[in-house]
Design a protein around this ligand. Structure first.
Ligand SMILES: Nc1ncnc2c1ncn2[C@@H]1O[C@H](COP(=O)(O)OP(=O)(O)O)[C@@H](O)[C@H]1O
Ligand SMILES: [Mg+2]
Length: 231
């Protein structure tokens, strides 16, 4: 694996669904161990951006590179294999399968059978290994999805609205987990919870109408009031 270049380098990315153009020249860069947050109103194009990076949407044009290798044109499965993992917004675990079986699918896909590091972030999952994922709370399903994505030691995790609809206790747990994960794995988080973003993000991109409206990399610039001007 070439080690040169940023963990993620997106440049001039344009995307559309049919005739409807959604992304207009997005530039975004992620360095090792960074937490990068994307904020923006509903419909701004945040999910589409993540879907372009991980191969579910084919962009019209632009560059998506990880450590110098091109990701555009790779199938989602191959993007994941290259170490770029995606946790979608809908928390879609396999409802009829147990927590253990969900993790086994992750092991099958990644070849990584060592669940311990991922489960150490989420002790609750260890207690509920034989419970069907469909019976778990939204927070527990989010934990399961993140744990599964961590198998194979990805270099980058893309997580779409991880705290949406979750109770404050789980949000603060996830906040600690993200900070911990970022010691090894870079994170791109799409997040509406601006206090959380201010607390953990190294860089914040405000996405408005499919464009980067602003980028913040100084902690002193990161405030709810500043962000609001660009949403
Ligand atoms: N599968 C799709 N087909 C057609 N249009 C879509 C599809 N997904 C999203 N869109 C449209 O693309 C725009 C951006 O959506 P999205 O990327 O989901 O925004 P966000 O995640 O910021 O809420 C919206 O106008 C949305 O209606
Ligand atoms: Mg979205």
């Amino acid at each position: 694996m070439p080690a040169d270049g940023p963990v993620l380098d997106v440049a001039g990315l344009n995307a559309a669904y049919g005739e409807a153009k959604v992304l207009f020249g997005i530039d975004l860069c992620v360095a090792p161990r960074q937490i990068v947050a994307c904020i923006g109103r509903n419909g701004a194009g945040k999910t589409t951006l993540l879907r372009c990076i991980c191969g579910f949407v084919k962009p019209l044009s632009g560059v998506v590179r990880s450590h110098g290798s091109d990701l555009i044109g790779l199938a989602p499965y191959d993007v994941a294999k290259s170490g770029v993992k995606y946790v979608p917004q809908d928390k879609k675990v396999f409802y009829d399968l147990t927590v253990r079986e969900n993790l086994e699918l992750g092991s099958y896909a990644s070849g990584d059978r060592n669940w311990e590091p991922a489960l150490n972030y989420f002790p609750k999952l260890k207690v509920h290994m034989d419970r069907k994922a469909g019976y778990m709370s939204g927070g527990e399903r989010q934990m399961l999805m993140i744990a599964r994505a961590l198998l194979g030691n990805p270099r980058l995790l893309l997580i779409d609205e991880p705290t949406e609809g979750l109770a404050p206790g789980i949000v603060s747990h996830l906040r600690e987990v993200f900070t911990d994960i970022a010691r090894k794995t870079s994170l791109v988080i799409v997040e509406q919870n601006l206090p959380l973003v201010c607390a953990i993000a190294d860089v914040v991109y405000a996405i408005r109408d499919g464009r980067v409206a602003a980028m913040f990399s100084q902690r002193s610039e990161m405030s709810f009031q500043t962000f609001e001007k660009f949403l």
